[in-house]
Design a protein around this ligand. Sequence first.
Ligand SMILES: O=C(O)CCC(=O)C(=O)O
Ligand SMILES: [Fe+2]
Length: 208
Amino acid sequence: MSQVLQGSLFDQAEEIGPGPLAGVRRTVLGAGAWIDVLPGWLRGADALYERLAGDVPWQAERRQMYERMVDVPRLLKFYGAGRELPHPALGAARDALSAHYAEELGEPFTTAGLCFYRDGRDSVAWHGDRIGRGAREDTMVAIVSVGAPRDLVLRPVGGGPSVRRALGHGDLIVMGGSCQRTWEHAIPKSARAVGPRISVQFRPSGVR
Ligand SMILES: O=C(O)CCC(=O)C(=O)O
Ligand SMILES: [Fe+2]
């Protein structure tokens, strides 16, 4: 077993890679939206966290917010279709998801967006992934999380009860159906001392 895995309470797997998808559980959110969740899908998640934290050329970005330029509160790296991913386990995960959802999605997952939440101050504000086709069409966004758990919260556009899932340590969540149009999602800031988390979002081409 590699040095990096020793002392891990969560994940003693020697191989880094996706497990079977048979255990994935669907929750129907309503308005044509659903989420599929499979805790601990990615084996060796602690080791993968270490590799991605160290190897990915993370980028700090600034974005216009009204009149001001502000720091994006997380680090980012986007891999477009056909680009080599920073660890082979991510390609294996993408391909396993593409195979599992082939019939329902009708196209493969092709891109990988990576986010690095350094601590509880890093976050993603409420949004749907609507830069591309997700604004008009049903689609899927599959997210694998490594590192410490952070809450992903979903709420219906226009109000209603929210849905919360703590994601880390190799957990999978897939947002599907109308989820990007009819629901919003966020990773809220946390006042608690939370460890770092990396998420990998797989999307079909043209969804962003
Ligand atoms: O980190 C996550 O799990 C969510 C990221 C997200 O919603 C996005 O990048 O669009
Ligand atoms: Fe998103």
